[in-house]
Design a protein around this ligand. Structure first.
Ligand code: P1T
Length: 381
């Protein structure tokens, strides 16, 4: 049992020993009876461990090719827990174009707590090397980046980090382990917003961290329990249910998104399409090397500014105007005023998140209907 599609359905999900339930039961219990004083069973208290969460965590570890997985209440809870590995005075190099909430977490909460995030363009090996100081303890990567779809060369960054004794963390939310496996490229910690492709049905918020090193597993496991950032058992069961169809969903997202991206690239009202699967993407060769597919989310630039973009956003019917991504239904959003609105205008300008950037999460509806929806909506632009 080693192939992705098999692991997604069987890892951590043996029939339950009590009644043979094929689907892991939801153990909706906060606490567990001890056999005797000093004699706990496998689980003693659900913050510390829960059988349903354990099933999900085992499956997540298997899919990412790690030894240990941890499930959290949200993607931000996963990130917060991992960042608690570091001490006041530590510096972390952070790729300089990332999800707005992650940027905010670094730049406000953890900066106030004494951590020193340094935002660097990790696509530039010289900039990375120049930014490393004796205080640097880790490198934080998101690839592809949200929403600009820039890529960071994971193997190259992992190698540079390794020779400097730094921990590498990669947010793998946009591709899921089906299309990208950072641990196999030398990354130490993978984090996810499982809210997105991993759950895939837009009915849960959740997060995950996966590692392949015993020391990191022990420290993150300790923090997960100490901080109490765990995911509830009923939500774990939903995420695990989503995972069983992850492979076939990702194939369909990938196919539909490529179709929509090619269509947009030929549209006269579109200035540029930011999709790593297109030969026009400046890192198309890296995409083909480090990813086995492109997922369903990408961005494009409309010719014009906010007015043209808002006309488009008001006119789609199938693409719902909403934040988030990775669900079976198609979504469309304006990063500058929605997912990245917490960033100051000058930071957005520096990142390149301009008024005319639109992000789509292409769902698994019929691609003809999606193209037709956009065709109609663009007539209003
Ligand atoms: O929303 P939450 O589950 O807490 O996950 C945060 C998060 C972390 N990392 C990436 C790459 C993300 O995209 C997100 C959440 N993103 C959105 C809500 C969004 O619409 O982009």
């Amino acid at each position: 049992m080693s192939h992705f599609k098999t692991l997604a359905i069987h890892a951590g999900q043996q029939p339950d020993p009590t009644y043979g339930a094929v689907v892991p039961p939801i153990f909706q219990s906060s606490t567990y009876a001890f056999r005797a004083p000093g004699e706990a069973r496998t689980f003693d208290y659900s913050r510390s461990g829960n059988p349903t969460r354990h099933a999900l965590e085992t499956c997540l570890a298997a899919l990412e090719g790690g030894t240990n997985g941890f499930a959290f209440s949200t993607g931000m809870a996963a990130e917060t827990t991992v960042l608690m590995l570091f001490q006041p005075g530590d510096s972390i190099l952070v790729h300089n174009d990332i999800y707005g909430g992650t940027y905010r977490l670094f730049n406000t909460v953890f900066r106030q707590a004494g951590l020193n995030p340094e935002f660097v363009d990790l696509r530039d090996p010289a900039a990375l090397r120049a930014a490393i100081t004796p205080q640097t303890k880790a490198i934080w990567i998101e690839t592809p980046t949200n929403p600009l779809m820039n890529l960071v060369d994971l193997a190259a960054v992992a190698q540079e980090a390794g020779s400097n004794g730094l921990i590498t963390i990669c947010d793998n939310t946009f591709l899921s382990p089906y299309f990208q496996r950072p641990l196999s490229l030398g990354i130490d910690v993978v984090v996810h917003s499982t809210t997105k492709y991993i759950n895939g049905h837009s009915d849960v918020v959740g997060g995950a961290a996966i590692v392949g090193r015993v020391d990191l597993a022990q420290r993150i496991g300790y923090l997960q329990n100490a901080l109490g950032t765990v995911q509830a058992p009923s939500d774990c069961a939903l995420v695990l249910r989503g995972i069983r169809t992850l492979a076939i969903r990702m194939e369909e997202h990938n196919r539909n998104a490529l179709r929509v991206a090619h269509w947009l690239e030929a549209h006269p009202k579109v200035e540029a399409v930011l999709h790593p699967g297109l030969p026009s993407h400046p890192q198309h060769a890296l995409a083909q090397r480090q990813m086995s597919g492109y997922g369903g989310t990408f961005s494009f630039k409309v010719r014009g500014g906010r007015e043209e973009v808002f006309r488009l956003l008001r006119s789609t019917r199938l693409f719902t105007l909403a934040e988030s991504l990775g669900g079976v239904e198609s979504l469309i959003e304006h990063p500058r005023t929605m997912t990245h609105a917490s960033l100051a205008p000058e930071i957005l300008d520096r990142m390149g998140i301009t008024e005319n950037v639109v992000r789509v999460s292409v769902g698994i509806e019929d691609a003809d209907d999606l193209v037709e929806d956009l065709t109609t909506a663009f007539k209003a632009v």
